[in-house]
Ligand binder design. Structure first.
Ligand code: WTA
Length: 650
């Protein structure tokens, strides 16, 4: 890790995008049309008049009734285009299906087993309408919540769009989360309906999603119906009166469905993400601003055009999938790849083969995957023709310069600029990101998107240059989250109370002498495991829920491939034998409680954990010990001897 930081501090290389690409880019053309000479003039105009910029882009979308006000900013509450009448689905689907993109392919789907399906905008439109009508028939109304628990199959975007079309609020739960995690999220959302599937394949293994759901469904009191997609046609238990197959439900449904005319500020979805406590945060996004933000970044960051074949490898269960597999690309009328499978299955050439097969032009993935493929070696991408690629993207965690260079050379053939996009579930859209016209430094996410002011502050709120500090955002942006679902207090406390009227990201960043941002990771108790946000508290509470465990402390252990791995220190009940077997049992327990992504890589048994006098576990000290760093001052500890305990456990 410290080698990595060292490399970041000394990275001096600069890579310029090809001239032709710059000339042809959406952003360059847009600037030319407005007589804007260069990047600094663009930023200046956007800073002087951010509403001018967003108004221009919002005008590219369809409004049922125009807005009269662009932004109302009463920190920490922003409203964008608030009196406009709008529905994101009209923009993502209806207008394409009724226009010249009618027979354009929206999604090319490929399953892990090699099955393929292609859906045009018109296909998608009709499926969405049928499901929307069916949902209405089940009594789903504007504002009702629907939980969606599906793998990466076309029914997933169809379900999201069908909800949004009728003004219902979707809450997608990643299909890699297991029963307890699903339950917690569905209870918090108060969902009436769950949409799930029988099963799917991962690494050739059958994952039975409906069976998993069945273990908790009776504990979610608000659920009235479970809709089951027969994806693999495996056997499932169907409860009479509650469970219904997707195909049966859609039989005979009308292929037209009126799109609900909504206010721009109406809620589109709730997406749960990890917070510093064990309870996930329900991040709330709206129709209007979110549409404008995701569309604009598709256009200017990914430079999307009608002849592109675009592929974002993120699962739709995460924000990256919501914004850049579903809404952004569809609003832009793009053709996207949807892949339901492991990236290195059946061999490490899978993704590169798919890029070649479909002629992918824009490819967006996570550093953890880049590092994994680095390990497999150049041979795999070299076996495939990747010359269709024009632009690359990276998201989810800092990309170390070595991985950046490997990606740039071996995947992008030194001709594709890499958009290292920094953003969050809360921000909804790219915040700190290059544009295709930007000179790039490997490992830096470049600068804030036009109109946005970001900064790095010390504890007293002073701007820092050249040193690490709190990464903050000082101006509102259209796709920002509006609140945390049913938890206004936490919204204010988590994000807006450290610095007045300034959004605290929870990340540590550094701004260099050229104004480039370098993101260094989280500053709170959130782990980033292979680009996935996991709260230490959530894993701890899963461990403690095991009958043999008294207490647990979870910290991140730096890992070359995954960024971080999960390390857990566990205190067992008296008289329980700390065996190797028990470690396996606890690992499996966490897997079952949260999901495979939260499984600890290391478990150590201890008799005591270092705590402050007020009883707070000192994860900082545990982590220092774990990675062999100086633990610093332990005088504030109630039990300094516990630190030596850790050593023994390792
Ligand atoms: C991290 C994912 C460095 C960061 C879109 C952030 C990044 C968290 C980058 C959000 C990047 C995301 N460089 N770090 N380009 N992108 N992160 O909510 O720590 O799942 O706070 O959203 O991922 O994770 P989330």
């Amino acid at each position: 890790m410290s080698d990595h930081l060292d490399a970041l501090l000394h990275e001096k290389r600069i890579f310029y995008p090809p001239e032709e690409l710059v000339k042809e880019s959406n952003i360059r053309k847009w600037m030319d049309e407005r007589n804007i000479k260069g990047y600094s003039e663009l930023i200046k105009r956007c800073e002087e008049d951010p509403e001018w910029f967003w108004d221009e882009l919002a005008q590219e979308l369809d409004w049922f009734e125009p807005y009269t006000k662009i932004l109302e900013w009463n920190p920490p509450y922003a409203k964008w285009f608030a009196d406009g009448k709008f529905n994101i689905v009209h923009n993502a689907l209806d207008r394409h299906a009724k226009g010249w993109r009618k027979n354009k392919i929206a999604y090319i789907w490929e399953g892990e087993d090699g099955r393929r399906r292609k859906l045009t905008y018109f296909d998608l439109y009709r499926e969405v309408n049928r499901l929307a009508n069916a949902l209405k028939g089940l009594g789903v109304r504007k504002g009702d919540r629907v939980s969606i628990y599906l793998p990466m199959i076309p029914e997933l975007p169809i379900a999201m769009l069908a909800c949004a079309k009728i003004g219902a609020i979707h809450s997608v739960v990643f299909s890699g989360f297991w029963a307890k995690a699903f339950k917690e999220r569905a209870i918090d959302a108060g969902s009436k309906i769950v949409i799930t599937a029988d099963a799917f394949h991962r690494r050739g293994k059958l994952i039975k999603l409906k069976d998993t759901l069945d273990t908790v469904i009776d504990d979610i009191p608000t659920i009235e119906k479970v809709i089951v997609v027969e994806h693999l046609k495996t056997e499932v238990d169907m409860k009479e009166g509650r469970d219904v197959f997707w195909d049966d439900l859609l039989k005979g449904q009308e292929k037209e469905c009126e799109t609900e005319i909504l206010g721009a500020e109406d809620t589109l979805f709730i997406l749960y993400t990890s917070g510093t406590t064990g309870k996930p945060k329900g991040v709330v996004h709206t129709h209007g601003g979110y549409a404008v933000g995701t569309y604009t970044t598709m256009k200017f960051v990914f430079d999307i055009r009608d002849d592109d074949i675009y592929w974002c490898t993120a699962d739709i269960g995460w924000i990256t999938g919501h914004s850049y597999v579903v809404y952004g690309p569809l609003i832009a009328g793009a053709t996207s790849i949807l892949y339901d499978g492991a990236p290195d299955y059946p061999d490490p050439g899978r993704l590169w083969k798919m890029i070649e097969d479909y002629g992918v032009t824009i490819f967006y993935t996570a550093p953890t995957l880049v590092r994994m493929f680095m390990k497999y070696g150049e041979k795999w991408p070299q076996d495939h023709d990747l010359s269709s690629l024009r632009l690359l993207g990276s998201v989810g965690e800092p990309i170390n310069p070595e991985a950046w260079m490997w990606y740039y050379e071996n995947i992008g053939g030194r001709r594709c600029p890499i958009m290292d996009t920094w953003w969050q579930t809360e921000t909804g859209m790219h915040i700190i990101t290059p544009l295709p016209i930007s000179p790039l430094k490997p490992g830096s996410a470049y600068k804030p998107f036009p109109t946005i002011k970001a900064d790095v502050l010390d504890d007293d709120g002073n701007s820092l240059r050249g040193e690490g500090g709190h990464l903050v955002i000082k101006t509102p942006w259209p796709a920002m989250f509006r609140t945390l679902y049913k938890d206004e207090k936490r919204y204010i406390e988590s994000y807006w109370s450290k610095f007045p009227n300034i959004y605290l990201t929870g990340d540590v960043g550094r701004i260099d002498e050229d104004g480039y941002f370098w993101i260094q990771g989280r500053e709170d108790d959130i782990l980033n495991v292979a680009g996935h946000r996991i709260s230490t508290a959530e894993v701890e509470s899963a461990l403690v829920s095991h009958p043999l465990v008294v207490e647990a402390a979870v910290v991140g252990k730096p890992d070359i491939l995954k960024g971080e791995e999960i390390a857990a220190f566990v205190i067992l009940k008296e008289d329980v034998k700390p065996t190797q077997h028990l470690k396996g049992v606890l690992r499996e327990h966490v897997r079952k409680e949260i999901g495979p992504i939260a499984t600890p890589s290391y478990i150590g048994f201890v008799d005591d954990l270092p705590k402050t006098r007020s009883g707070k576990i000192m994860r900082r000290i545990i982590k220092a010990k774990l990675i062999g760093e100086d633990v610093g001052d332990t005088s504030t500890l109630a039990n300094p001897e516990a630190v030596d305990e850790l050593e023994k456990a390792l």
